[in-house]
Design a protein around this ligand. Structure first.
Ligand code: HEM
Length: 519
């Protein structure tokens, strides 16, 4: 119903509608008729018949029990019959594409009154366009498919391809040449890692972790090996098909037998007698997007060591979904390869050098995970700041309790420190070649990821304590917190387990210690 059709009432008029069969309430200067809805109210009838509800202003009671988004839904919007004469609603939803006004809900560079040396006008424009894109297209699809477990809708993948978002997620490089990025906001030759950071951070704002990985996460980690080490004709064909959203791919390394210990993998590739084909046998586990992938970048044991091979779905390949604690929208799969015949031209990099092929992209992969972790932690800070301001306990807002403020302080400090370190590392990346990044940043990125995911888990734990039972309930006020707490561990495992990455960082530091240093 359009606002202009709504009647205006005085508070006295509303007060007369105070019986079970004629039950009106005021929420934020809007008048709702709950007479018929009361029997369908998910919170029950009795709460609506409490002596403090019928005919009265229930704004405070409503917002201590419901998310604002409920009133935005068509089936509940219809309950509004009018507004209060001479009053304006004060509670507003964040408009499409808008930045949040909640302190710390946006990184400093996007917060009014603050400065940053890293971001230019093109980053700001890209951030704005990405936010609008996410609000317009992804929010609804993400919530839907995080629940029903289906992969992201085809029209979303197509729209992302049209704007070349899939390509931008691969970072700066030749693959962007000649492409119109985000409708022309940014030129391919200007695209840097801060642009990519902006994209990675906006693409998780819908807080649906499984869906976020379903959104071509496999391409981000599986395609670089083809782009950097594939033969030119293979590279051209696959990049085109995958970045245009027509085909999906995944990185198939982990096995039930080995994860972080890449050298302990058991899948084998043996050459046919004529030397023209590989015959691949083995299994892979926890392969993101694997269930709907057309292509796989597969790590195999070969006679001369470890070799990475590009494999197309076909005879001998079977993928089965694995149920994990996040949504099957991610297409997490168990894959079996039974005598799969692959042309040797599909070898990525040199035979026996597959470890280098895989390791060379680990820095970028882990860095994108840090981008996502920093952003989602910040979203949790926003949820907690809002909740503790609107929820009352012992007659006062939750945020009047020192113990709650202490938790908020720790959360804010973690979100800010992760983002600041991330921006520093990103700045280094913009000034280093891929090879220099491998030399100088593998250790710091390992440490950053370890730190980010530990902070994220601490923040998830604190948030659940702040939200209480709601923090473990899938619907209602705490739905974002519940989801975060249930899925936050993914970040600490994917792309290398926390302890392994921390250890990598320290081992690299030890290796670089000057031999002549003494206390
Ligand atoms: C326009 C008016 C209202 C609408 C559309 C509405 C709608 C809903 C919906 C959809 C839920 C379940 C979703 C969720 O878990 O958040 C719910 C739960 C609930 N509602 Fe309402 N409601 C309204 C007004 C009220 C009022 C005035 C009260 C009285 C204090 C109330 C008390 C509750 C309670 C106690 C719950 C259960 C909350 C929980 O499980 O944590 N509702 N309501």
């Amino acid at each position: 119903m359009a606002t202009k059709e709504l009647k205006q009432f005085s508070r006295e008029e509303v007060a007369k509608h105070n019986t079970p069969d004629d039950l009106w309430v005021i929420i934020d200067a809007k008048v709702y008729n709950l007479s018929r809805f009361k029997d369908m109210h998910p919170g029950g009838v009795s709460v609506l018949l409490d002596e403090e509800i019928p005919g009265q202003d229930v704004t405070e009671a409503f917002y201590s029990l419901h998310r604002h988004e409920i009133l935005q839904k068509a089936q509940f919007k219809r309950l509004q019959v009018g507004t209060i004469k001479g009053e304006e609603p004060v509670i507003v939803s964040q408009a499409r594409g808008q930045l949040s006004a909640i302190p710390y809900a946006e990184a400093t560079w996007q917060t009014q009154g603050y400065f940053s040396p890293y971001y230019k006008e093109s980053h700001r424009q890209l951030a704005k366009a990405m936010r609008e894109f996410v609000d317009d297209y992804l929010m609804e699809d993400a919530l839907l498919h995080e629940e029903d477990g289906k992969p992201p809708s085809a029209h979303i993948i197509e729209k992302m391809a049209e704007l070349n978002i899939h390509a931008m997620r691969m970072g700066p490089g030749k693959h962007l040449k000649g492409k119109t990025l985000m409708g022309g906001i940014i030129k391919p030759e200007e695209f840097d890692y801060f642009h990519e950071l902006v994209i990675s951070q906006e693409l998780v704002r819908f807080m649906s972790r499984g869906y976020a990985d379903g959104l071509n996460g496999g391409v981000v980690i599986g395609l670089p090996a083809v782009l950097n080490f594939g033969r030119p004709e293979l590279k051209a064909r696959i990049a085109d098909e995958v970045l245009s959203g027509k085909k999906f791919m995944s990185l198939a390394i982990s096995e039930a037998f080995a994860g972080s210990d890449v050298q302990g993998l058991k899948t084998t590739a043996k050459k046919t007698e004529d030397g023209k084909f590989w015959i691949i046998n083995g299994t892979k586990k926890w392969i993101t997007n694997g269930h709907f992938s057309d292509y796989f970048t597969v790590g195999c044991k070969t006679d001369n060591g470890f070799t990475t091979i590009f494999v197309e779905r076909g005879e001998g390949i079977e993928t089965k979904p694995i149920k994990t604690s996040y949504s099957s929208a991610a297409g997490t799969a168990y894959i079996t390869f039974d005598n799969v015949k692959v042309p040797v031209e599909n070898t990525l990099g040199a035979e026996g050098q597959g470890l280098f092929v895989i390791l060379s992209n680990f820095n970028h992969e882990r860095w994108t995970m840090c981008c996502a972790s920093a952003r989602t932690q910040r979203f949790i800070v926003e949820e907690c700041l809002k909740w503790t301001a609107q929820r009352k306990a012992f007659g006062k807002p939750l945020n009047s309790q020192a113990v709650i403020r202490n938790k908020l302080a720790a959360m804010i400090a973690r979100a800010e420190s992760v983002q600041s370190w991330l921006e520093n590392v990103t700045y280094q990346m913009t000034h280093m070649s891929y090879k220099e990044q491998a030399t100088y940043l593998a250790g710091p990125i390992g440490l950053l990821k370890m730190y980010a995911t530990r902070c994220a888990q601490d923040t998830a734990r604190d948030a659940v304590q702040i939200f209480g039972g709601r923090g473990i309930t899938r619907t209602g006020m705490g739905r974002v917190i519940e989801h975060y707490y249930r899925t936050v561990t993914f970040d600490s495992l994917l792309g290398g387990a926390e302890d392994v990455l921390g250890d990598l960082g320290v081992r690299q530091a030890i290796a670089k210690m000057p031999k002549n240093s003494r206390l």
